[in-house]
Design a protein around this ligand. Sequence first.
Ligand code: K7E
Ligand code: CUA
Length: 664
Amino acid sequence: MVLMVTSACLVSMQSCKPKTAQSAARGDATKSFVAPGEYDEFYNIVSGGFNGQVAVYGIPSGRLFRIIPVFSQSPESGYGFSEETKPMLNTSHGFVPWDDQHHIALSQTKGQHDGRWAFANGNNTPRIARIDLTTFRTSEILEIPNSAGNHASPFITENSEYVVAATRFSVPLDDQNGDVPINTYKQNFKGSISFVSVNPTSGEMNIAFQIRTPGVNFDLSRAGKGKSHGWFFFSCYNSEKANTLLEVNASAKDKDFVLAVNWKKAEEYVKAGKAKKQAVKYAHNIYNEKTHTASSTIQTEVVVLDPADCPDMMYMIPCPKSPHGTDVDPTGEYIVASGKLAASIPVFSFTKLQKAIADRAFDGVYDGITVIKYEAALHGEVVKPGLGPLHTEFDGKGNAYTSMFVSSEIVKWRLSDLEVLDRVDTYYAIGHLSVPGGPTAKPHGKYMIAYNKMTKDRYLPTGPELTQSAQLYDISGEKMKLILDFPTTGEPHYAEAIPAALIQDKQMKIFKIEENTHAYVSKGEGQAKVERNGNQVHVWMTAIRSHLTPDNIEGVIVGDEVYFHVTNLEQDWDVPHGFAIKGANNAEILIMPGETQSLKWVADRTGIFPFYCTDFCSALHQEMSGYLRVSPVGSTVALHFSTGTNKPVVSADSVKPSGSASGN
Ligand code: K7E
Ligand code: CUA
């Protein structure tokens, strides 16, 4: 079925392909040129797909600035390996060190980017993360219960009141016996949408309420804005409620739905006590930049609204053929739904939707939810836009840009009369696209970035897996123009770009050492020490150009767990120190100025184990090192540490009982 649509349309689309792709495919790279030493105009914050991280690029240069570890461990910084950051990856399933990351939502105030936070979804083990845009680090991760495949997430309301999380897979609810035959899908599988509140000052997230929904698959969503503020729109497919061979069975019906949720009304129902408590289990992880340590708390309750108790809270709008993206234009009037198997793009009108509700222009009920008459909510259809429409962004000048996966192109069309204005090829199989500010009330326009699923002949090949790729287009004129290809890490899905001016001057340069309240901080070399507690040895270590204190440690016994708590004493921007020790079987750590981070290392054999700084920090970086001696079980070598002295070797006989450590 899918294939039939595809090949038939591909034939009809061929006129749109350049006869010789070469010239059109090259583009005018001078427009993306950022001279050495110059800054980019935008930060581009891009999902990492199956690598679970988020990457930051400059636009228009496409230069990679940073990979922010979010849902996966990172050996570069020690994220998810260091004792302080392990709790960030805790879940109700225990420690989950990887995920699949698809969507980015930047915080907004009055419908515009405010440059405070980036939110990101964990798709597989459902979670939402918050990244602080002053540190470019993950500050918080919240697990989402009653969900499986957190795909329609995290989309944000225009004052960052909520980020949402709608489940891709409907499943039995967390407090039900889930041990049911899979073919009882229709009776036992339910969907769920979470409204996660964002504290306006701290950014801290909490699940304000969930809404129980029919057992469909949610795909994507967008908040209303301007005139549609207070509403949220979710695309859903598999209204057939198929549980096998979805590629056929979830494509049977002519129409699926966009679910329109009046979240202001939902808030009223919650206030009125309509939400019922449900026992669940989910982790809430927060990183504290004063203790430099994350904590993970397991929470045990959510409140859930059942639409049956909440009249007028939500409506289904019929939408052709398994919609993927649903996007709201800058005014909030138009809701664009992309039926990925449909031959046209339906555009709904918020004004007409309201009128349809008032006039009761209904078309029956789907699983207890009132269905709006398709034509009553429809502004119109973009006719023959291309094949496989997925996602739509806006330039703020009345135009929309829709990605076409199957026909590998972007189609520009006008919101008012739905006329197709221009089309441009992508190389190849575009997924998401992103206009800086495209999902806000005031798009920044100028550029558009395509995120492609295939690169085939665009780059030097690298074995069976080719690089992932983005393409930059100039959209300042009437015609879209390709100006740059740049490779990306992981598989990029959605991304948001934001003017550099909103972020660059707010950057955290150092952590103040006097504000460091880490449990194992040493605020000066005089506080460095080594202590034994059973078979645990704790090393309070400092790092400053160009030595580690202590740098000679003896008296560690085979089987000991050694914790290196390294405090970077520097108070200068861009002077991290690293720490690595031979045989460490988890990671190295990288410690920012004023910060403390801890690496656990197990002494597995006798010998001398060098350790050193891994970040080239000064001309004497190679000298920034030390030695740890491990002795066999039963040894009389006393625990001892020093820096810069060479005392005679001590044995346990020469120090006080119980091998207490001595400095010099
Ligand atoms: Cu890649 Cu947003 Cu997961 Cu479309 S989704 S492509
Ligand atoms: Cu510190 Cu190299």
